[in-house]
Design a protein around this ligand. Structure first.
Ligand code: SAH
Ligand code: DHB
Ligand code: MG
Length: 223
């Protein structure tokens, strides 16, 4: 087994089942043209998230970590016509690019970008007591991942689905002595999940065009 076969197989799947929209291609061009981090999910991961969101009948989606809105577009395509997606981005330059992408996609009535630190925005959302979110994609900074999940549960309904990206990190999570703050952040979440009585959780290991990584997939049982 080598990474080449994972990348080629990812391509094989994407050619058949991970076709990107015009706006997704535009997002990828904008990410490259603006020298933004190479941190977007892959097309096949986007399709996977879209299917998960559809399977829980998502009408309201909350995303933490927008970057260039690439994952946002995959998720928005899961929504019914009256659906709504809120995406949170702390970096104003990233948010500006994401806004152009969302305008290009004609989705500025469906997708709302909230600029700010995800913990602050979550605090405001909780106080505002909005309708529950059906689907969460957690993909911002890694150290507060556990707090992000705790907020998500409070903003959810029974049956809501919570996904958190980058929780395996090339297998770096196996090292319990890691001093990397990103690794420690996701380990803290991974280690805590089984004790949540209100969640049923697993981690899907991902290989493909991106570095070996994984996503938490959890369903809220009760709140
Ligand atoms: N979800 C995107 C990738 C997100 S990359 C995709 O797959 O297409 C992570 C993003 O989180 C970056 O844009 C970064 O600026 C943002 N971010 C980092 N820390 C944050 C925080 N505390 N609050 C909100 N966004 C944050
Ligand atoms: C980084 C963040 C991500 O969410 C990701 O999927 C890949 C990389 C990063 O911060 O480097
Ligand atoms: Mg990510």
């Amino acid at each position: 087994m080598n990474e080449q076969i994972f990348a080629e197989t990812d391509q094989y799947i994407a050619e058949r089942l991970g076709q990107e929209s015009e706006a997704m291609l535009y997002a990828r061009n904008m990410l490259a043209a603006n020298g933004m981090p190479d941190a977007s999910i892959s097309a096949n991961q986007g399709k996977f998230l879209q299917i998960l969101a559809m399977s829980c009948g998502a009408k309201r989606i909350l995303e933490l970590g927008t970057l260039g809105a690439y994952s946002t577009l995959w998720l928005a395509a899961a929504l019914p016509v009256d659906g709504k997606l809120i995406t949170v981005e702390a970096d104003l330059d990233h948010a500006a690019v994401a806004r152009k992408v969302i305008d290009y996609a004609g989705l500025n009535k469906v997708i709302e970008i909230k600029e700010g630190n995800a913990l602050d925005v979550l605090g405001h959302l909780e106080k505002e007591d909005p309708d529950p979110f059906d689907f969460f994609f957690i993909d911002a900074d890694k150290p507060p991942y556990l707090e992000y999940v705790d907020y998500a549960i409070r903003l959810a309904r029974p049956g809501s689905v919570i996904v958190a990206d980058n929780v395996i990190r090339g297998g770096a999570v196996l090292n319990q002595a890691s001093t990397d703050e990103k690794v420690k952040g996701v380990q803290r979440l991974n280690d805590a999940l089984s004790a949540y009585e209100n969640l049923t959780s697993t981690i899907i290991q991902n290989v493909g065009i991106k570095e070996h990584d994984g996503m938490v997939v959890a369903i809220v049982r009760k709140i």
